[in-house]
Design a protein around this ligand. Structure first.
Ligand code: AVJ
Length: 319
């Protein structure tokens, strides 16, 4: 069998249809919102990579610390023959995992971006000729279909991206993961942790303004893909800590009353001065909360590892 397979579970025009639906829905609801998945065009992905290198943005560094320190424990506890990584992106984090899983036979990166998948697969196969890579172009937050592969399987969902899902979406996602795992399979989950507001807000509102540019990039995506006329300077980046829901919220605030036309949707969107469009939530977690949410999904939390500063956690759970 070829060491590299690519399966497209999304029709090639799926992205366009999904963007149109999300923008029509998001800009006509009150309050307005757009899903964070649309940040990640080529420029948005570059901005995110830059964010991960910012002093204020600790999650990536913290998770890498844990992965390096706990790789042996993860391998011993999971004994995985297949690693399925959801939202694999550049698969940089994956190398630490692959190094730790000596018995690995198959790597299944899952992402919506075909370019990220093929790029990562080519470099991994060059480094690990014995590995089989079965890349899946899929939006795992909607339908999670996993290819047959040798067990035990380890599903990895890293980076804290679980926090982008609203509580109801999180419950459905975790349920769908639990439903697809067999006894002996595991879920390796990265979750950012609740901490002081100043540290949290700084991580999403850095002094250099990279996160502000990342946030505004979603307007550029809508302008380019749907012929809208958002002016980025008309909007101000907002990052706030919602202590009730325990999540960071990113928004774009209209500096003045204005209207935006979305040509492809034949839509005119009014904004009042000061009106805010929500672009992302990034939920922060506590160990007991993660344990409870996993239990509802039929998953037992077996291991909880944090970085020395206790900022971020990796958890290993099994069905
Ligand atoms: C990639 C979704 C984990 O929520 O921290 C970074 C995205 N947003 N800065 C996060 C993000 C603003 C990041 N995730």
């Amino acid at each position: 069998m070829s060491p590299f397979l690519l399966t497209r579970t999304l029709p090639s025009d799926a992205t366009d249809a999904a963007l149109r639906a999300d923008v029509l829905d998001g800009l006509t609801r009150h309050p307005k919102s757009l899903p964070p998945k649309w940040f990640y065009d080529a420029h948005g992905s570059e901005l995110f990579e830059e964010i991960t290198r910012l002093e204020e943005y600790y999650p990536t560094r913290s998770e890498r610390e844990i992965l390096l320190a706990r790789a042996g424990d993860i391998a011993a506890a999971s004994g995985a023959r297949t690693l399925i990584e959801l939202g694999s992106g550049s698969s940089e984090k994956t190398r630490h995992l692959l190094d730790a899983l000596p018995g690995l036979h198959t790597y299944v990166p899952v992402d919506v971006s075909e370019s990220a998948l093929t790029g990562a697969a080519q470099s991994l196969l060059a480094e690990r000729p014995g590995l089989s890579v079965h890349a899946l172009i899929a939006d795992f937050t909607h339908t999670l279909e996993l290819p047959d592969s040798p067990g035990p399987r380890l599903v990895a969902f890293l980076g804290g991206t679980l926090g982008n899902l609203l509580p109801g979406e999180r419950a459905e996602f975790l349920r769908s993961v639990g439903a697809r795992l067999s006894p002996g399979d595991g879920l390796l989950l990265g979750t950012d942790l609740v901490k002081d507001e100043a540290t949290l807000v700084a991580a999403y509102d850095d002094a250099a303004g990279v996160t502000a540019a990342f946030n505004k990039n979603v307007l550029s995506v809508v302008d380019r893909e749907l012929g809208a006329d958002f002016q980025l300077d008309d909007f101000e980046h907002v990052a706030l800590w919602d202590a009730e829901h325990e999540w960071i919220e990113m928004r774009l605030r209209a500096r003045r009353a204005l209207t935006v036309k979305v040509r492809e949707l034949d839509l005119v969107v009014p904004f009042e001065e000061g009106e805010e469009l929500r672009t992302e939530i990034s939920a922060k977690f506590r160990e007991e909360g993660v344990r409870a949410e996993l239990a509802v999904a039929g998953l037992r939390l077996d291991e909880w590892w944090t970085d020395p500063a206790g900022r971020f956690a990796l958890s290993l759970s099994t069905v």
